[in-house]
Ligand binder design. Structure first.
Ligand SMILES: [Zn+2]
Length: 217
């Protein structure tokens, strides 16, 4: 019966194909598991903790000497006042003329209230009469790497939002409406996003001496 022999041959060929196919797929899966740590973590849950620890290490494998920044809203709330939290983590805006620093003339460095990164200096602060602390440039000039710019299309306007690069805190917005300043720019920053570290009396004399060469440029 040739049809019967034919069917056996076809069945055998199919079985070989299925077995070979199965072997190929399982081999591929093993390869993928080796190549991708996330697949391996699912297979071997014990590695998940080791993986987490790796992320808080420095690039050279040493332990970082600062505690990692908070991640959740709850963690940030523990560090900040209600207004600081609303402004920095929820992109809020304090009322004009209500903040701590809008009219401050004290020499010093303005740091990020969330992570302590130095962002602005009193030398670049000017009186813009807008009700918020205004600076014509960040601490390292207009090409500052500590501040990030983002297009902000909220409230039916297109503005440039600025955030702290290190921790993502919302700081305020930039406007190019201040021709009276050396850069023409106004970094309009919420007091609630800043912490002023005032210069000590001894630093002040040093600071003036340091500032002079820049002024003559
Ligand atoms: Zn920050």
């Amino acid at each position: 019966m040739p049809w019967f022999r034919g069917s056996i041959a076809i069945a055998a060929a199919l079985a070989t194909f299925v077995i070979a196919g199965g072997w190929y797929v399982s081999a591929k899966l093993r390869e993928t598991a080796k190549a991708s740590p996330s697949v391996e973590l699912q297979i071997n849950g014990a590695n998940a903790d080791a993986d987490k620890k790796e992320h808080v290490m420095n690039a050279d494998g040493s332990k970082p000497n600062v505690s990692p920044l908070p991640k959740t809203d709850e963690e940030w709330r523990q560090l900040l006042t209600e207004e600081q939290f609303y402004v920095t983590r929820k992109k809020g805006t304090e009322r004009a003329f209500s903040g701590e620093y809008w009219d401050t003339k004290t020499p010093g460095v303005y740091k990020c209230v969330c992570c302590g990164e130095p962002l602005f200096t009193s030398e670049a602060k000017f009186d813009s009469h807008c009700g918020w602390p205004s600076f014509y440039q960040p601490i390292d000039g207009l090409k500052d790497k500590r501040i990030e710019e983002h297009v902000d299309k909220s409230h039916f306007m297109v503005r440039t939002e600025v955030t702290c690069k290190k921790c993502g805190a919302h700081l305020g917005h930039i406007f190019d409406d201040s021709p009276q300043t050396p850069t023409g720019m106004r970094y309009c920053i919420n007091s609630a996003s800043l912490k002023l570290e005032a210069k000590q009396a001894g630093d002040a004399a040093k600071g003036t001496a340091e500032a002079k060469p820049n002024e003559s440029k």
